[in-house]
Write a protein that binds this ligand. Structure first.
Ligand code: 13P
Length: 253
């Protein structure tokens, strides 16, 4: 059965003290999670280890790196390798976020390399895809995301693809307060699953978690997450507020 996931993406926000306070508040809510439900905190690199320790043995809670480098090691000042992330016991890594694509010129090919490195170290890549506004206005978003999957994921074999979590984040909905409607999200998630099914078969496609990201809030999480192909969310702004993110976790079905 595919996992239902509430993933926080803090981006470049929160001091360390603010971050640990936030985690304390969220853990303090003592939310009951089923076996197939997970909460992931994608936090800045320096916080990975201490926040992982803060989470302790809670089996459904994890930390994630927000990025990794696409080479294994070497003279890349300021960068962090997958090996380094794995050596700290981190089990998830966000790859191909639209902000990385836009501000750091990451291509589908580079992101494919990151996916491979993560999988080689048993790190679950949270692979982000999604279209900019102009593509949505031209109504060619389905083809656009299919190419993103094709160029970054479809070299993977049947076993490997099932270890990837996909996050669909329409760029026009990120940080804008303009959420995709539940219908728009479901339509795209069903499309992504059908693209996966045409490459790997229906059973495998049904095994892959597809998260929605883009202005998810406590108030809309229930409706979004109750769509049949929406398996949770990747949440920016609202994940920085304990009460909001607690509501979002609670909305996991
Ligand atoms: P917001 O939830 O702030 O729109 O950000 C979404 C996002 O980019 C999560 O990765």
């Amino acid at each position: 059965m595919r996992k239902k996931i509430a993933a926080a993406n803090w981006k470049m926000n929160k001091t360390f003290q603010e971050g640990t306070n936030l985690i304390n508040e969220i853990l303090g809510a003592d939310i009951h999670l089923d076996n197939n439900q997970q909460v992931v905190f994608s936090v800045p690199f320096p916080y990975l280890m201490p926040i992982q320790e803060q989470i302790g043995g809670r089996s459904n809670f994890f930390v994630a790196a927000q990025n990794c480098h696409h080479k294994t090691s070497g003279a890349f000042t300021g960068e962090t390798s997958v090996d380094m992330i794995a050596s700290m016991g981190v089990q998830f890594c966000v790859v191909g976020h639209s902000e990385r694509r836009e501000y750091f010129a990451e291509s589908n090919a580079t992101i494919a390399e990151k996916v491979n490195l993560c999988l080689s170290k048993n790190i679950t890549p949270i692979f982000c895809c999604g279209e900019p506004l102009a593509i949505r206005e031209d109504e060619i978003q389905n083809d656009f995301v299919a190419v993103q999957l094709d160029e970054s994921l479809f070299h993977l074999d049947q076993d490997a693809i099932q270890k990837v979590v996909i996050a669909y984040e329409p760029i026009w909905a990120i940080g804008t307060g303009k959420t995709a409607s539940a219908d728009q999200a479901q339509e795209m998630h069903a499309h992504l699953r059908s693209v996966l099914a045409s490459k790997y078969g229906k059973d495998i496609a049904n095994n892959i978690s597809i998260l929605y990201g883009g202005s998810v809030k406590g108030s809309n999480a229930n409706e979004l997450f109750s769509q049949p192909d929406v398996d949770g969310g990747l949440v920016g702004g609202a994940s920085l507020v304990a009460s909001e993110f607690i509501q979002i976790i609670t909305a996991l079905k």
